[in-house]
Ligand binder design. Structure first.
Ligand SMILES: [Zn+2]
Length: 76
């Protein structure tokens, strides 16, 4: 796919990560969301190997695009 920011062809790959949480607020310690925040891409502790989130990375501007629809979230 083409990068929507700069138009370069993006590279397909995986975000290899452990516990993950996209949120409207900064978490200092726990990654457990509460009911006052909006969150997406919630992934718990990676047990055996890291999580592998399919995504595209732009080799030019380094932006990464993730389809978060298949991951736990509280958005409607
Ligand atoms: Zn780009």
């Amino acid at each position: 796919m083409k990068c929507p920011f700069c138009g370069a062809e993006m590279m397909h790959g995986y975000l290899n990560c452990g516990m993950t949480l996209w949120s409207t607020r900064r978490h200092k310690l726990s990654l457990q969301p509460d009911d006052k925040e909006t969150y997406a891409l919630q992934l718990g502790m990676a047990m055996v190997s890291p999580h592998h989130i399919e995504s595209d990375c732009c080799p030019n501007c380094k932006r990464i695009i993730i389809d978060g629809s298949g991951y736990k979230n509280n958005m409607h």
